[in-house]
Design a protein around this ligand. Structure first.
Ligand code: FES
Ligand SMILES: [Fe+2]
Length: 374
């Protein structure tokens, strides 16, 4: 059922203790998604990978986000650069695959124009015989890339503000929660085209109200009764006291003060540091449309050959923990477009900011409202 679009009123979102979600249409309407492409995704630093994926010279990754195919490549000069994965000639895609090692030139598969890893055109067949051919106007189109907190962030704006201004204080907290972030390597990736809006997925991550009933084995290890969720500038941090469990996180009993840390990072990345502190899982969201989000669920360990315990853990993420959340967000997305949904939901914040309080959701929605109104 099409309803007229509800206008946002900033005043309605200032009080975290009397908060409602933003209107359901903001999760389902394609015109809202189109405006988010510009207001949010083309103007924010977005995390796309761990630094280890582009550590070597000539290594590259490609990512597809808001309909743009992007390349991040490390040049022979060791500099990391970002280019649209689009040939300046007639627009063919240049590199394929999620990641790989580029030759010293990138050659377009269509008419074989060749580009250095700094984007400069080095060869275009027959260009000497073409009148007014402008080599400079035929280089690759770049965007900003930066390594931050051990990860790769991209920004499609021509004049981005510094990443430190978007994510004030984040880097130190990430290094504190996982001291080995920079040494981690990708061990497993689960890819899903999730039939849910990117914000539905963030909403689900940013509260543990759903944990006791939906993540039974997680809740056996991480105590939701002893759980803190702190709100920061464009990010939040959930910290839970943990104990070893046979059904989820096994770790050495000798670890002092074991915790689970979960970061939500604007706009749509989540870092998880499970108890033990020597590995991570990351949820990357790459929005495709109002109702569809490509997700990478990446697991990083220090070692490349996985132990039996690590293999078991990867299976637990794949078969148990991950599907638990996917089912939730899919169902919510469907409900948000129902004529039987009142159009907004009460955000269940409590004054004590307990482990099951939804103040994280209210914080996220305040930021969303600000971005939509700007
Ligand atoms: S489209 Fe790439 S060389 Fe023609
Ligand atoms: Fe969950």
């Amino acid at each position: 059922m099409m309803r007229p679009l509800t206008k946002l009123n900033k005043e309605e979102y200032t009080d975290i203790d009397n908060a409602w979600t933003i209107p359901a249409q903001y999760y389902t309407d394609e015109s809202i998604f189109e405006s988010e492409k510009e207001k949010i995704f083309a103007n924010s630093w977005v995390c796309v990978a761990h630094s280890s994926e582009v550590k070597e010279k000539n290594s590259y990754i490609t990512r597809e986000i808001i309909g743009e195919n992007l390349i991040v490549v490390r040049g022979r000069d060791n500099i990391l650069r970002g280019f649209y994965n689009v040939c300046p000639h007639r627009g063919h895609q240049l590199l394929s695959g999620d990641s790989g090692k580029a030759k010293n030139v990138i050659t377009c598969p269509y008419h074989s124009w060749a580009f250095k890893l700094d984007g400069e055109l080095v060869h275009a067949n027959n260009c000497d015989n073409v009148e007014n051919f402008d080599k400079d106007l035929s280089s690759l189109v770049s965007f900003h890339v930066q390594e931050f907190a051990g990860f790769i962030f991209i920004n499609l704006s021509e004049t981005p503000k510094p990443i430190e201004d978007q994510l004030v204080g984040l880097e130190d907290k990430v290094f504190e929660a996982c001291t080995v972030v920079k040494d981690l390597k990708l061990a497993a990736r689960f890819v899903s085209e999730t039939p849910a809006n990117w914000k539905t997925i963030v909403d689900n991550y940013i509260e543990c109200y759903h944990c006791p009933t939906n993540h039974v084995s997680f809740a056996e290890s991480v105590d939701v009764g002893d759980y803190e969720h702190s709100l920061h500038h464009n990010w939040t941090l959930q910290v839970g006291k943990a104990k070893p469990s046979e059904s989820s996180y096994k770790f050495d009993e000798s670890i002092v003060d074991p915790r689970f840390s979960g970061f939500w990072i604007w706009p749509c990345t989540m870092f998880n540091m499970p108890p033990g502190g020597d590995y991570m899982t990351v949820i990357y969201e790459f929005p495709m449309s109002a109702g569809k989000t490509l997700q990478y669920y990446d697991i990083y360990f220090l070692n490349e050959e996985l132990t039996e315990d690590q293999k078991r853990l990867v299976e637990w993420y794949k078969d148990v923990f991950r599907p638990e959340d996917l089912r939730l967000v899919e169902s919510v997305q469907k409900g948000l477009s129902s004529r039987g949904y009142r159009g907004r939901g009460r955000i269940m914040t409590d004054k004590q900011r307990s482990g099951i309080s939804e103040h994280g959701v209210a914080h996220f929605h305040q930021i969303l409202v600000q971005q939509h109104l700007d």
